[in-house]
Design a protein around this ligand. Structure first.
Ligand code: AMP
Ligand code: ZN
Length: 116
């Protein structure tokens, strides 16, 4: 399958690894929006949050069990935010489920900047 994050998970495309185990990989976003900007992916291909099912949700639970450790490893010492963009309106650009773990700085509160 021609999927960027499947290739990163397989080590065919390099990434700056933050955490890895048999089921998941965490690596630094190539275009970081904060000092800590790590992407956490399942190694199995799930296209987006819309593709989470009873059969594959254990890996999603595993991701969330590991996120506190991954956030610390990534440099978020004082809190962090987890975002998963799903579908066109959210601006999902890579169709392999991923969770952005963002921190290391005080983050803006609102999705729409005019609310600041
Ligand atoms: P999204 O827009 O939510 O689908 O997030 C995709 C993210 O992947 C973006 O923040 C990109 O900067 C990031 N990205 C794209 N290609 C790479 C890559 N080769 N290595 C690391 N991050 C990447
Ligand atoms: Zn994939």
């Amino acid at each position: 399958m021609d999927c960027l994050f499947c290739k990163i998970a397989a080590g065919e495309i390099p990434s700056t690894k933050v955490y890895e185990d048999d089921e998941i990989l965490a690596f630094r976003d190539i275009s970081p929006e904060a000092p800590c900007h790590v992407l956490v992916i399942p190694k199995i291909h799930i296209p987006s949050m819309d593709g989470i099912t009873p059969e594959n949700s254990a890996v999603v639970a595993h991701i969330f069990e590991k996120i506190p450790e991954i956030a610390k490893l990534g440099g978020a010492e004082n809190g962090y935010r987890v975002i998963s963009n799903c579908g066109p309106d959210a601006g999902q650009s890579v169709p392999h489920l991923h969770f952005h773990v963002i921190g290391g700085a005080k983050l803006p509160l609102h999705v729409f900047p005019e609310k600041e």
